[in-house]
Structure formats: structure tokens, C-alpha cells
Design a protein around this ligand. Structure first.
Ligand SMILES: [Zn+2]
Length: 917
């Protein structure tokens, strides 16, 4: 007892001592880490960083530490809220002003001005998203320290006027990468090359492609702060590297920007970009490059930075050079002539980590100083953008889009065009003599009622796959979109919708994001010069999420109303499962193959040893290939649980259907590689969501002789199988140079060893599913298919050049053989994600005798749904997917990205169907 008391006293004493010592001084990074941030050959781990953030919060009155959630590996993810102590006392008040102005609801300009005058600018700065870009996390540490401790006038002014949100974007990645780099005792031997696995559990570098989909925990954590809790006016996302010969690439960015943005987003990027470049120049820091000086554009949605544009925020990205191991700025002669893109070139020199940290601090301060000076303008402008959106959604409005302008040009074709000077214009691209056409052509497109922007979208509750639709709605809700739910059935434009249907109107602040998630992306025809090669978009050209997920919705162009209740900002919808029919007296239960989570339920049943069947005819309105189980107490209890957790609809039926096919779980292997494959990671994420059990398989095991004894199905996502004669894929480190635990993942594809092993696996009755470029396997095996995207030049067959055919990340409409078991649950047509994907032509006799069977194909000259499809007519009759028998096994080849970053829910079934025996 006494002893216990003694320990308690001792503990209290320790706490007091530590509080006293920390409240006196803010520890410098060097005091905490044992080295200064930016010292050569030194990286901080996340464990050390987390401890430092806690110390800052304990010792500085300017810092509030907020845990924003857990990461995929279970670490705490933090945001440091930094501002003056006075502001921190009224934090909730300023947060409310920020979100109120961003929502722009029920506010007059006058009220908005008053709130803007009262509020504080909110600026988000993150670091560490891409963990191999080590400047990111380290500039965040140094920035946190400087803002916590500096007492100069500028810092004080910033703290008075700005609430700074410092966010660690990828804790797991920093822990992995810093330990990897620091594992060598000799500093000069340290390198983060050849890191062993993805630096985000599932996505690696693709963690920056997840921000409208929000699959990953880290993305969800950050989205809640960005779109629900704070809605900062500025967000700054740090990356690496700079283009060779520059120190840092930053705003403004090259064209095209996305046409749905408010112009104030673009001019805001220009203004802050100018402030960033100016500050570096004033401090004698050369090497900033902008616009055409780098490849970054603002077209894409889905990046941590880019999704903010669709929410009226000024999103900033920099890509800086530097690493803890000293490097050099190389000599790139082209970059040394100053121009509008690179105003102040940097000359070749040795480059230390410290310089990159210093540049980053300057850039952060440039942004914060701007926010401090233009605080009220930033606050008012985000209101103005929100208000503009609301106003556009409340009237007939025609967005300016390349396809509309192309229609105007086409209508005016053949008209004699003259300039004001009276000269006949022959060439519309002649900038000196611009082509002008009669105004009536404008009116016939831009006043055409059929071409108006929608007033809103209705998503009927009568969906074939309601849980997937709710997943889509939750994507919208997580980024602050207003969704309403019908409280009774209603009729719009002659169509009646059941109660429980969802409505998303466009008269809301984040209208650009609403439009972007439902409408096609209308990418311009972007070429180096007329007739020249295409300029690649930085990421996808089209991604319309409603299409990718197969959501059934109606686009309403006229004003409409319905009895609805509003779902609160950020309140996720929880799908509710139901039984149709009499669940108690049922003979059995049917799970519709069109609903993805029917596969999850089937897997849960199989795992408990329950017999599961698939139907071979359509019954009770359910699709061909639906899952059937006999009724029993055990079955019912599993289905009850799944109904609750997955929201599935279960059809209770009175009679066992005829023609059932028994299903068995397959032993599944998913290809992966040392260092980690992102496409494989996304497939892994998806399969876990649907409760599939599987192993990961690496090159060494693939080359072994007894694959068939271990597996029934092997999946090769895109990037696993190189083209014939094109080498062996990613280089690998020497086994001795990496820890034992990762050695089994080493190895590379080999045409001599891997192909015969896979051939034998197929011949022995194994099945292989190939996706994207891994359909190369068909050519390695010499199957009777060929590339459909070719032309004959001087008697020889050649790949179509980019000048004729170019389809980067774009959604196309494919026809599907939905009667084939491989495509059960699919409709007769499907929107597929095409990303410079393979397209096939089946040898005539193989097609005729059915040995190669097309599963999906492009049926017309016009299959573009969203994005950019230059020369799309070449796709007509091309085969997108096929299956064929090899020995006793089957090879499935899917050209399009049927999983695509765990977004393409509608085409998941093309993989899921192949994962059973
Ligand atoms: Zn990056």
C-alpha cells in the first residue's frame, strides 16, 4: 500500500518536472532528433516526429495537436493547428467563419464581407504524402518548429492573421522510408533506393490519386479536415522532384485547367504563385520554374491538391529537388535562358538537403505572408466562388467546353469568314487574323436548351447495386457535397421515383465537384502543334465516378423539386440491408450478381462451409449468375449479419431454382513484386473489401514447377508481364543488400522461365486472369490474337501513331457478352476505364470455332464517354476482353483497367467472377 502510494507520488513528481521543463523552452529539432533538419545523411522517423509534435504542443502556446485518425498501418495521423494563442482560444469561432463562408449559403455579400473582416485566413500545409520525397515530411517538421518559436514581426503577423494547419500526409511512409535510409551505419552508404514495399499499405505513390474516391484511411482523415471541418482557402501540397536543371516547380501550372473551376481559383493560383517566385528571388534563391517549365497541370481531380480546386480552394503544389545524400543541380542548357516559365534560372552546383529545407520554408512563408496580407480577400473570395456556384445552379447556364466550341466551328464550316479588316480568313488557327463567325452559331449551341448544365441529379433508390451507389454517395458526402434524400415518392419530368431516392442539386458551393463526378470530362484536343503528337495529360483525361461505379442516375436540366430531408455535412449514409419476400418460410436465398457485395456474402457463406450455387438462368428479376443458398438457421444468421454490415438486399425465394451450378472457393494468387506494385495493391485492397482470401505471389515462386498444386487462379494486374522482347521489368537489388524478410519477393519476369511455368499451370487446369498490359501473356503464349490498333505503312504493319490514335485515361463504352459466366452480373454495355490499353483482333478461324471468345468489344465508331479519345473510330470492332482455353485451364485477358485504383466498381465483376472453382 505504502509502496503504491510512493510510486504514485513519484509519477506525479515526474509529470510536474516534465511539464515545468517543457513549458520553459521549445526544443529545437537538433535537441530532439540529435541532428538539425536538413543535415546531410540524416532522416527523422515518424516515431521521432510524432514525439516531437507532442513536445511542440506541450511547450508552445501557439500549437494545438489534433489526431485526425489512424493510418492503414494503425499509426496516429496528426494535424498541428498553429496560430496566435489568442486565436487558438477562439478556434471554434474562426473555424465556423471559414466553413460558413465556403458554403456561401444564406449569406448576402454584406454579411460575407463582415465575416471576412472578422475571420482568420485558414492555410493548409502538408508534408510527406510521397514518402520517398523526403523533403516533404522534413520541411513540415522545420516549419512547425519555426512557427512555434520565431518571434520576428512577420511570424507574429502571420500568427495573428492566419490559422495554419500543418498536416502529416503519410505517417506509415515516413517510418518505412527513414528506417530504410538510416539502416546503414556509414552515412555515405545511406540511400533510399530500392525500398522494399509500397510506402502506403495499398497504394504507394497512388495515394495521391485517391481524393475523390477516398478509399484509404489517410485520404479519409485528410478529407474530413479539408472538406468538412475547416475548408481552408489555401492548401499547399509538397512534392519532389523538380525538373532537371531547376530547383523547384510551382504555381501557376500549364494548361489545360479544368473548365468547371471558378476563374477565381485560377487567378488565385497565379497570385500566390507570383508571391512564391517573388520571395525566392528577393532572397537570392534562383531556380523556380512555372507554367510550361514543368509538366503539372490542373486538369485532374483526385490528387490531394487537385480535388481542392473543385471545392473553390487555391491548391498549390511544388516539386522540389534534394535529398539527405547531397546531389547536384545538373547542367541543362535549355533552362539557362531566362523566360516566362523560368525567370531566374539556377546554375549547376552541388545541392545539400538543407538548401531544399530553406527553400521550402521560404515558400511556406511566402504563402503564409500572402494569406496574412490578403486574409479578408481570401475569405471573401471563397464565399464569392461558392455563391457563383449556387447562382449557376439556379438558372439556365451553359459551361464553355471544347466539344461545344467544336460544334460551333462545325456549324460554321464553309462560311466565308472575314476579319474586321475585311480580309478573307482561310485558317482558323491564324492568330493574327482570327476567324470570326456569325453570332447565330453561338446561339444555336450556347443557347440550345438541350446543352444546358444540369440543375441536379436524381439517383433512384431502385438500384441494381444499392450498396455501391451508397459508396458513391459517401464519396460525395466526404468531400462536403450536399445530398438530400426523398421522404416520399415523387415525380420529375414524368418519371416516378421511390421514397429513399437521393438528389444532388447543382446550386451548391461545390458545384464544380458535383458536375465533375456525374458529367463527362471534356478534354481538349491538345497537340504539340497542328497535326503533331498529342501532349499527354499529367494524369487521367476522364474519370467520371458515376460512370466508373455504374450508378444509375437521371440528369435533370429543368428546375425541379421533391420532398426531401437534407443529410448533414459529412454524415455518411449507412446502407440498410433488406430481405425481399418471406425470409422465414423461404426455401432459399438469392443474391443478385449485379450487386458487388453479393460476392462478399457468398465468400462469407463459403468460409463457413455452406454450399453456394450460381444460377444459370435469370430468376425473380435477379441477374443470370446470381448466388443461391438453401435456407437454414446457419445461413440465415450469416446473411442477417451481412445485411447489417454490407447493406445487401437478399431475395427470399419459395422454390429452389433449377440448373444451379455449385461454387467452390478457389486458391487465389495475386502477382506482386519487390518494392510493391500499385495496380496489385489496389486489387489487394479491393479483394479484401469483398472478403476474398488470397496469397501474394512473386517472381521466384512463379518460376517454380508446382504452381498448380498450390493455386487455382493467378491474377496479373497491369504491369506484371512485359511485352514480348521488351525485357524483364523492374530492376532488382542484390539479395545480400536487403533484409532477409524481403528476399522472397525478389525476382523478375523471364520469357524463358516464367512463360513455360504459366503455360504448364494453364495446361494443368489452372486459370489466369490478366489485366491491362499483362494481357501481353497472350502474345507470349502465341495465342491466335493480334493488336487491333495498327495500320499498314509501305506494306508493313505498324502501331498507330499518336497523331492518329491517342486515348489516355478515359472512359469508353464497351459491349459485353453478359451471358458468358465470366461476365455474369454485367449489363450488355459497360463503361470501362481505358488507359492506352491493349485492344485485340481475334484470328478469323479462332473466332469462328469459338476457341477464343470475345467477352467485351467496342461496337461503334463513337465509344467515348468521358475524357479524350483522339481517333476513337479506330476502336470500332476491336476486342477489349476475351477468354480462351489453354490445355485444361483458361486464360482471361482484359485490356481495360477493370479495377482502376479501386474505383471501377462496375467492372470489378469481370475479375470477381473468375475467383471461384
Ligand atoms: Zn510526389
Amino acid at each position: 500500500m505504502l509502496q503504491n502510494k510512493f510510486y504514485k507520488l513519484l509519477l506525479i513528481g515526474c509529470l510536474l518536472i516534465s511539464t515545468v521543463s517543457f513549458s520553459q523552452t521549445i526544443p529545437t529539432p537538433k535537441e530532439h532528433f540529435g541532428f538539425a533538419i536538413g543535415d546531410d545523411y540524416h532522416l527523422a522517423t515518424y516515431t521521432q516526429t510524432e514525439a516531437y509534435f507532442k513536445k511542440l504542443a506541450a511547450t508552445s502556446k501557439r500549437v494545438k495537436l489534433v489526431e485526425i485518425g489512424k493510418t492503414e498501418e494503425g499509426r496516429s495521423q496528426y494535424m498541428l493547428v498553429v496560430s496566435s494563442p489568442k486565436n487558438l482560444e477562439n478556434l471554434e469561432h474562426y473555424r465556423e467563419i471559414s466553413t460558413k463562408l465556403a458554403h456561401a449559403e444564406n449569406l448576402t455579400d454584406e454579411q460575407a464581407h463582415a465575416l471576412a473582416a472578422e475571420g482568420k485566413a485558414v492555410v493548409w500545409i502538408d508534408g510527406g504524402l510521397h514518402a520517398n520525397e523526403t523533403v516533404g515530411a522534413h520541411q513540415l517538421i522545420e516549419t512547425a518548429y519555426e512557427l512555434s518559436s520565431r518571434t520576428d514581426d512577420e511570424t507574429n503577423k502571420i500568427l495573428d492573421n492566419v490559422i495554419v494547419l500543418l498536416v502529416h500526409a503519410n505517417p506509415d511512409g515516413q517510418e518505412l522510408m527513414s528506417n530504410w535510409y538510416m539502416r546503414k551505419a556509414v552515412p555515405e552508404e545511406r540511400s533510399y533506393n530500392n525500398w522494399p514495399r509500397l510506402f502506403e499499405k495499398y497504394a504507394g505513390h497512388d495515394n495521391n490519386r485517391d481524393f475523390y474516391m477516398l478509399n484509404l484511411k489517410e485520404s479519409q482523415n485528410m478529407a474530413r479536415q479539408l472538406y468538412i471541418n475547416w475548408i481552408p482557402q489555401i492548401m499547399y501540397n509538397h512534392h519532389q522532384p523538380a525538373p532537371a536543371g531547376a530547383v523547384v516547380a510551382g504555381p501557376p501550372y500549364r494548361d489545360p485547367f479544368n473548365y468547371v473551376f471558378d476563374p477565381l481559383v485560377i487567378t488565385g493560383i497565379d497570385a500566390i504563385g507570383a508571391a512564391m517566385g517573388t520571395r525566392l528571388d528577393a532572397e537570392g534563391k534562383p531556380g523556380y520554374t512555372e507554367r510550361s517549365g514543368s509538366v503539372y497541370s490542373t486538369w485532374f481531380n483526385g490528387g490531394l491538391r487537385t480535388t481542392t480546386y473543385f471545392h473553390n480552394m487555391i491548391g498549390l503544389l511544388t516539386e522540389i529537388t534534394g535529398s539527405p545524400t547531397p546531389t547536384t543541380i545538373p547542367l541543362v542548357p535549355n533552362r539557362l535562358i531566362p523566360n516566362g516559365a523560368t525567370i531566374n534560372p539556377v546554375t549547376p552546383r552541388v545541392w545539400h538537403f538543407k538548401y531544399s529545407i530553406d527553400y521550402s520554408i521560404s515558400l511556406n512563408y511566402a504563402v503564409l505572408d500572402y494569406a496574412s496580407r490578403y486574409r479578408d480577400q481570401l475569405l471573401f473570395n471563397i464565399y464569392r466562388m461558392g455563391k457563383n456556384s449556387i447562382e449557376k445552379g439556379e438558372k439556365d447556364y451553359w459551361s464553355l467546353l471544347p466539344s461545344k466550341i467544336a460544334s460551333i466551328t462545325k456549324l460554321a464550316e464553309g462560311e466565308t469568314r472575314t476579319t474586321k479588316k475585311g480580309a478573307v480568313v482561310a485558317d482558323s488557327s491564324d492568330e493574327e487574323n482570327p476567324a470570326t463567325v456569325a453570332t447565330k452559331y453561338y446561339d444555336s449551341v450556347m443557347k440550345n436548351p438541350a446543352l444546358r448544365d444540369p440543375r441536379g441529379y436524381i439517383i433512384t433508390a431502385a438500384q441494381a447495386d444499392l450498396p455501391t451507389t451508397i459508396r458513391f454517395l459517401n464519396c460525395l458526402i466526404r468531400t462536403g457535397i450536399v445530398v438530400t434524400k426523398a421522404t416520399a415518392s415523387f415525380t420529375v419530368e414524368g418519371k416516378t421515383y421511390p421514397a429513399g431516392s437521393y438528389i444532388i442539386k447543382t446550386n451548391q458551393a461545390f458545384r464544380p465537384h458535383v458536375i465533375d463526378m456525374f458529367e463527362p470530362q471534356d478534354h481538349p484536343n491538345d497537340f504539340l502543334y497542328p497535326g503533331g503528337p498529342p501532349i499527354k495529360p499529367y494524369d487521367a483525361a476522364g474519370w467520371t465516378l458515376a460512370y466508373q461505379m455504374g450508378v444509375q442516375f437521371d440528369r435533370i436540366l429543368n428546375p425541379f423539386d421533391a420532398p426531401t430531408e437534407r443529410i448533414g455535412y459529412g454524415e455518411l449514409i449507412v446502407p440498410k440491408g433488406t430481405y425481399i419476400g418471406n425470409a422465414k418460410s423461404a426455401k432459399g436465398y438469392l443474391l443478385d450478381a449485379r450487386a458487388n457485395h453479393s460476392f462478399t456474402a457468398a465468400n462469407d457463406l463459403l468460409k463457413e462451409g455452406i454450399e453456394v450455387f450460381r444460377t444459370t438462368e435469370a430468376i425473380d428479376g435477379a441477374s443470370l449468375g446470381s448466388f443461391y443458398v438453401n435456407a437454414s438457421a446457419k445461413t440465415k444468421s450469416i446473411l442477417d449479419k451481412d445485411a447489417d454490415s454490407l447493406g445487401i438486399t437478399i431475395n427470399a425465394i419459395a422454390k429452389k431454382p433449377a440448373g444451379l451450378k455449385k461454387l467452390s472457393p478457389a486458391r487465389i494468387a495475386l502477382w506482386d513484386i519487390y518494392g510493391g506494385s500499385m495496380p496489385s495493391g489496389w486489387v489487394r485492397y479491393m479483394m479484401e473489401q469483398y472478403h476474398f482470401q488470397f496469397d501474394r505471389i512473386y517472381a521466384k515462386e512463379l518460376d517454380s514447377a508446382d504452381l498448380r498444386s498450390k493455386y487455382d487462379v493467378i491474377i496479373f494486374p497491369t504491369g506484371a508481364i512485359p511485352a514480348v522482347g521488351s525485357g524483364r521489368g523492374r530492376l532488382q537489388p542484390k539479395p545480400a543488400s536487403i533484409p532477409e524478410e524481403y528476399r522472397h519477393t525478389l525476382g523478375r519476369f523471364s520469357a524463358e522461365k516464367t512463360v513455360p511455368a504459366l503455360k504448364k499451370f494453364l495446361e494443368d487446369g489452372g486459370n489466369i486472369v490478366t489485366i491491362g498490359t499483362s494481357t501481353n501473356l497472350a502474345y507470349h503464349l502465341g495465342l491466335p490474337v493480334k493488336d487491333a490498333l495498327t495500320e499498314i505503312v509501305d506494306g508493313t504493319e505498324k502501331k498507330l501513331p499518336g497523331e492518329k490514335f491517342y486515348v489516355p485515361g478515359t472512359i469508353l463504352r464497351a459491349s459485353v457478352d453478359s451471358a458468358a459466366p465470366a461476365a455474369w452480373g454485367m449489363n450488355a454495355t459497360a463503361d470501362v476505364m481505358f488507359d492506352e490499353s491493349p485492344v485485340f483482333k481475334i484470328n478469323t478461324s479462332a473466332y469462328a470455332n469459338g476457341s477464343v471468345k470475345p467477352l467485351a468489344w467496342f461496337a461503334s465508331k463513337k465509344t467515348l464517354r468521358s475524357g479524350w479519345a483522339w481517333g476513337q473510330e479506330y476502336l470500332q470492332d476491336g476486342v477489349a476482353a476475351f477468354e480462351t482455353t489453354v490445355g485444361k485451364g483458361k486464360l482471361y485477358a482484359f485490356g481495360p483497367e477493370i479495377i482502376y485504383r479501386a474505383q471501377a466498381y462496375n467492372t470489378y465483376k469481370l475479375l470477381l467472377n473468375q475467383l471461384y472453382k
